[in-house]
Design a protein around this ligand. Structure first.
Ligand SMILES: Cc1cc2nc3c(=O)[nH]c(=O)nc-3n(C[C@H](O)[C@H](O)[C@H](O)COP(=O)(O)OP(=O)(O)OC[C@H]3O[C@@H](n4cnc5c(N)ncnc54)[C@H](O)[C@@H]3O)c2cc1C
Length: 293
């Protein structure tokens, strides 16, 4: 199918894009990599009257290491982030996870900002942003605001973005010593959306106990899920088989609220969460111990 007719604009600056959004509001859609929006338009699931193409807004395409943080411009292609030494150093969880996002051809076009703004519950980057405690920067007619990832994702394809706002940047704090991370997912074929996935960051205190844990789940809720019960089972514990098992049980039985669909039942997705948490946490703790030395 072909998309319904639409008016097309290709601004060359963020200010010009914001002015167009202010003019058209709910009638308009931003076009980034087009890897989610264009198929939705072709199926006429999305029928924006106005398309504002961000591909000429060069000021949104950057990767910067700044004050101990990684700053990722919204129009950074997923593939550029995957290959970036700065991402590998300052946000290794992002680097580890990006190869699981679709296929290289799609990552060549798909953007970091587009994936996060789209907020697909089965997408990897929203869960990774939750696990990293990233800050999402938004710009609108009233200026710029930064929203914590856990407040940014609000439900099924829902975000804190207002119709006149553009996601401009993702800010990720560099890992402190004693911090570890890991990502795992299970999909039917590599590159498919995952049946379930788990991203985790953990931090150890001076006695080797878990000081902080952020475990995020994908494909098992209305949006990316920050597994608070699993984290509570870990904090204050010496990471070992018992603590990991308790966290995995909590994630599967209490944090996850998986849908059933043609690909997997609710019970099967819960089981995947349990298995994935048990795979991810030992690797994350091992890295945390190595980085504390
Ligand atoms: C075959 C196939 C397989 C895929 N598999 C996966 C997968 O396994 N995992 C995965 O995570 N993704 C997958 N994707 C989706 C892909 O990662 C997309 O690139 C991504 O979801 C959207 O990024 P985009 O830049 O293409 O955004 P677009 O499609 O251009 O936009 C998506 C939405 O975000 C909005 N938007 C975009 N940029 C901004 C911004 N800066 N501010 C505010 N709103 C904005 C748009 O208006 C639109 O509503 C797949 C896509 C395809 C076609």
């Amino acid at each position: 199918m072909k998309p319904a007719p639409f008016e097309y604009h290709r601004p060359e600056s963020l200010d010009a894009a914001l002015a167009l959004l202010a003019q058209h509001g709910w009638d308009a859609k931003l076009l980034a990599g087009g890897q989610s929006l264009v198929p939705a338009m072709n199926f006429r699931l999305a029928q924006p009257a106005v398309l504002i193409d961000l591909n000429r807004v060069a000021e949104l395409d950057y990767l910067r290491a700044d004050d101990g943080a990684l700053r990722v411009g919204a129009m950074t292609r997923q593939r550029a982030a995957e290959r970036s030494p700065a991402v590998a150093r300052l946000a290794p969880l992002v680097a580890e996870t990006l190869p699981f996002v679709a296929h290289p051809q799609i990552r060549n076009r798909g953007t970091m900002g587009g994936s996060i703004a789209h907020a697909d519950p089965a997408a990897e980057m929203p869960a990774v942003m939750l696990a990293l405690g990233a800050r999402i920067h938004l710009r609108g007619p009233g200026g710029t605001r930064a929203v914590a990832a856990e407040e940014f994702f609000t439900g099924l394809f829902g975000t804190a973005l207002e119709p006149e706002e553009i996601l401009t940047e993702v800010e990720i704090a560099a890992p402190a010593p004693g911090t570890g991370w890991a990502f795992e997912e299970i999909s039917r074929r590599h590159g498919d959306y995952a049946l379930a996935g788990v991203a985790a960051t953990v931090a150890l205190d001076g006695d080797g106990r878990c000081r902080e844990a952020r475990i995020a789940l994908l494909s098992v809720g209305a949006g990316p899920v920050l597994a608070a019960e699993a984290a509570a089972a870990l904090v204050g514990q010496t990471p070992g088989e018992e603590a990991v098992r308790a966290a995995a049980d909590a994630a599967a039985s209490r944090d996850a609220d998986p849908p059933a669909d043609i690909h997997a039942s609710t019970a099967y997705r819960r089981r995947l969460v349990e298995v994935l948490v048990r795979r991810v946490l030992p690797r994350a703790f091992e890295r945390a111990r190595a980085s504390a030395e």
